[in-house]
Design a protein around this ligand. Structure first.
Ligand code: FAE
Length: 545
């Protein structure tokens, strides 16, 4: 019997004591995975009934869906939101709703029996481990040549993301959304989105002395010594709360390494902002653990929507058919694109045009680490919330987040997630043989991203006399080029839809999420997704309802 909680993940040749006191927190403890799983983790909310008729049905509860629900409800329209993930409002047997990044357990992954951690290795050793299959919070969806990480649950990506809330530079906006009036976006909708999301920046004075941002100060020093502009990046984390975490007066979240599998305190996810406001109108209800599988015109007007109710191992326990006068696709870039491509190909929505499924990009995401000298420690306790970046977009096509490596030990590593101007775009298509939707992205298409990231890090390494880490993504592998956190496109604005997200061919169907954005935002995407949704829903409410 395995009575050693760390045994499953412990690298060979590392003593048990060193493993637990050292890298143990990163590698995780199988003990947590053995937690008793609550039988009924879904809330007994007012879930949708078979045969129901709703004025508006929103598929998904991420940024686009939450904006749509709030603004429609404020305009007096009743909205029902359908979310395939869990409600994430009930603590597990450890008293916490969310699992720690350093110790993934049953709550951490969407229907996987083994974790798929973005940093798959540490000190060259693989760190993934077995977990019980469960409707967990992070989906590592394998789409052929790329793993697309997405949040699952009420709040969508806001549950798992770093909260970095970045408005693109005005001069880059024309390339992001060419058909949208930039003046309007920068004077009305970006400010509205930032206010609705609760965006703020770290106090620069506190930043200078906070132990948990030593890694960011080292990142700044290295960037500036190589002549790169270093910028503070706003976030939706409650910065006052983080200062209290550092002072030891409140339970820790960012300073306990929480992020990838949810933050128990401090982060203003959509559950605390747009969705809280939406629910407060009394007009918005949500069905968690409900997955939309079909939308088709109903006889007599509106749409027939087929929904599977899921249990926590992902099996359908009921199939419900409802009708909706209008349907908003807000299932995220991948979720919305997959649904629309399937519905067009199978004849459910024959009027959709041939742009559906096209224009998908990865926001140019690529990761890397650098090995610093012993006189440049990055800190044992690192805030899991990034607060800064290196801007080389204009000269080299890369904007790099100075990211944490919250292992709980000193690693002497600097870690970065770069967003790059990768020009490659992929397409979703229906595979009749498998009955699934494929994406034709190829791993080799990340090479431009690597080249652009190198414009920053080759120079810094040369200046500092340092080298790339080769132990984070495999054995002797420098680049994390197998994944994206930022899927965008697949139902591009003004192509698959009109200039406000109305799907061509089927009046009353709308796209209102990251699927509208053609593959890249030049920075982290959720502020742009939110601002575009604010713009579009305002026009839709004024003209269509
Ligand atoms: P999204 O938030 O993905 O919501 C879609 C929702 O629809 C999800 O809850 C799905 O479970 C649900 N859904 C899908 N299909 C169905 C269906 N058939 N039926 C019912 N429900 C369905 O969409 N962005 C930033 O700007 N800053 C960051 O710091 C940042 N960090 C990130 C870190 C990680 C690890 C990840 C994964 C993402 C990060 N992102 C970040 C990206 C950001 O979260 C993402 O762009 C947005 O969440 C996308 O918003 P959408 O509204 O498009």
């Amino acid at each position: 019997m395995n009575d050693d909680p760390a045994r499953g993940a412990r690298p060979r040749g590392v003593s048990r004591r060193r493993f637990i006191t050292g890298t143990g927190s990163l590698l995780g403890s199988a003990a947590l995975a053995a937690h008793v799983i609550p039988a009924h983790a879904a809330t007994a909310a007012a879930v949708i009934e078979p045969g129901a008729h709703v004025p508006v049905l929103v598929i998904g509860t991420g940024y686009g869906g939450s904006v749509a629900a709030l603004r429609l409800a404020q305009a007096g329209v009743d909205v029902h939101m359908v979310e395939m993930g869990m409600a994430w409002d009930t603590p597990g047997s450890d008293g916490k709703i969310f699992a720690n990044t350093t110790s993934p357990d049953y709550r951490s992954y969407w229907l996987r029996t083994r974790t798929k951690q973005p940093l798959s290795n540490f000190l060259g050793f693989p760190i993934d481990k077995d977990v019980p299959r469960y409707t967990g919070i992070l989906d590592a969806e394998e789409m052929g040549g790329i793993i697309v990480y997405q949040g699952r649950g009420v709040g969508g990506g806001s549950l798992v993301n770093g909260g970095m809330a970045v408005t693109p530079k005005r001069e880059n906006f024309g390339a992001v959304l060419p058909s949208v009036d930039a003046d309007e976006m920068y004077s009305v909708y970006y400010p509205r989105a930032n206010a609705g999301l609760g965006v703020a920046t770290v106090d620069p004075t506190w930043f200078e002395t906070a132990d948990c941002y030593q890694y960011a100060r080292v990142g700044r020093k290295h960037a500036q010594r190589s002549g790169f502009p270093f910028v503070f990046v706003p976030d939706v984390y409650d910065w006052d709360y983080m200062e209290q975490e550092a002072a030891g007066t409140v339970p820790k979240s960012a300073l306990a390494g929480e992020i990838l599998y949810g933050n128990n305190y401090g982060k203003k996810s959509l559950q605390k902002t747009y969705l809280a406001q939406a629910r407060a109108t009394g007009r918005v209800t949500i069905s968690p653990l409900h997955k939309v599988t079909s939308v088709a015109p109903a006889t007599g007007g509106g749409y027939t929507v087929v929904i599977e109710q899921l249990d926590t191992v992902g099996s359908a326990t009921a199939t419900k058919t409802v009708t909706a006068d209008r349907v908003f696709f807000a299932a995220g870039s991948v979720g919305t694109s997959k649904l629309l491509v399937k519905l067009k190909a199978t004849g459910a929505l024959p009027g959709l045009n041939s742009e559906v499924g096209k224009g998908w990009g990865d926001n140019g995401n690529v990761m890397c680490g650098r090995a610093n000298h012993l006189w440049d420690p990055t800190g044992a306790v690192q805030s899991s919330i990034p607060c800064s970046g290196i801007d080389n977009w204009a000269a080299g096509g890369a904007f790099a987040e100075v990211a944490p490596l919250p292992t709980g030990i000193e690693t002497f590593a600097s870690f970065y997630l770069s967003i790059t101007k990768n020009p490659n775009r992929a397409q979703f298509s229906w595979n009749a043989a498998t009955g699934k939707v494929d994406l034709n992205w190829q791993t080799a298409w990340k090479q431009p991203s690597i080249d652009m990231a190198k414009t920053i890090f080759d120079k810094i390494n040369a200046k500092e006399g340092t080298i790339y880490r080769t132990d984070l993504f495999g054995v002797y592998k420098i680049w994390g080029d197998h994944l994206t956190y930022h899927p965008l496109g697949g139902a591009v604005l003004n192509k698959a839809t009109d200039n406000y997200g109305r799907l061509h061919g089927h009046p009353g169907l709308y796209v209102i999420d990251g699927a509208l954005i053609p593959g890249n935002t030049s920075v982290n995407p959720f502020v742009t997704i939110t601002a575009l949704a604010e713009r579009n829903i305002e026009a839709i409410i004024a003209a269509d309802l």
